[in-house]
Design a binder for this molecule. Structure first.
Ligand SMILES: NC(=O)C1=CN([C@@H]2O[C@H](COP(=O)(O)OP(=O)(O)OC[C@H]3O[C@@H](n4cnc5c(N)ncnc54)[C@H](OP(=O)(O)O)[C@@H]3O)[C@@H](O)[C@H]2O)C=CC1
Ligand SMILES: COc1ccc(Oc2cccc3nc(N)nc(N)c23)cc1
Length: 201
């Protein structure tokens, strides 16, 4: 029965949980962007992964860079009809409808959907972090040397201590991401960051 691993993937500033500013990300971290691409794209064997995002996040991707390549892109909007726009883009008006469509995608394109990543934005994170179907949080924890302005936040308490989620040892993150290299305390400009995995207590 179709039960892909569903993971939220996000880069968030500590301790505030800031993730956005003026509809964009408050930072540009080269290695972190490569990690995001590698983790959301990598599959074992012949399958393909899906990324699910809110309509505003989709609209803020420059049109020449969307859909995100080598992944099935699912865009959520309450005003969408549920439809496969083309082989790489699915419209859905709820998370449940998007999972239904991903299931039939697998049978129609004979490509099995392996993992599903929720890639933002803030409203989507806030809602889906409470969905029991989401089993993993891949959180890049960012510390800033100098203060950073943010106006959009994770929308759930994580760094202040969570009653629901617990951070797993690095070796569990390593086995989740396979042969993708895990560096610690990566420094880029004003930022130092680490990749983490959280699962439900
Ligand atoms: N730091 C990070 O890792 C990331 C940061 N971001 C940042 O987040 C911000 C964008 O987030 P945000 O503005 O919250 O917008 P979102 O990308 O979360 O999109 C919100 C829209 O998604 C649709 N939607 C939300 N919930 C549902 C639902 N349950 N069913 C169907 N449709 C739904 C609605 O579309 P409609 O109005 O059409 O109904 C809503 O307006 C930007 O600043 C972006 O840069 C984004 C991704 C990652
Ligand atoms: C504007 O569209 C988008 C905005 C953000 C987005 O997600 C990300 C982009 C770049 C790096 C990202 N890193 C992590 N850990 N998580 C994300 N969701 C990321 C994907 C699309």
């Amino acid at each position: 029965e179709f039960k892909p691993t569903i993971a939220i993937i996000v880069a968030a500033l500590r301790p505030s949980g800031g993730i956005g500013l003026n509809g964009k990300m408050p930072w540009r971290l080269r290695k972190e962007i490569r990690y995001f691409k590698d983790v959301t794209t990598r599959t074992t064997g012949t399958g393909i992964n899906a990324v699910i995002m809110g309509r505003r996040t989709w609209e803020s991707i420059p049109s020449k860079f969307r859909p995100l390549p080598d992944r099935v892109n699912v865009v959520l909007s309450r005003s969408f009809k549920n439809e496969m726009v083309d082989n790489n883009v699915i419209h859905a008006n709820s998370i449940d409808k998007s999972l239904e469509q991903l299931q039939s995608y697998g049978t129609s394109i004979a490509k099995q959907i392996q993992r599903v990543f929720i890639i933002g934005g803030a409203e989507i994170y806030r809602e889906l972090v409470n969905d029991p179907a989401v089993s993993h949080l891949l959180v890049t924890e960012i510390d800033a040397k100098e203060p950073v302005e943010v106006d959009t936040f994770l929308g759930f308490p994580l760094f202040e201590g969570s009653a629901v989620w617990e951070k797993r040892p690095q070796k569990e993150l390593q086995s989740f991401i396979g042969d993708i290299e895990l560096e610690n305390d990566i420094e880029e400009g004003n930022f130092v960051y680490n990749y983490t995995l959280w699962t439900r207590k």
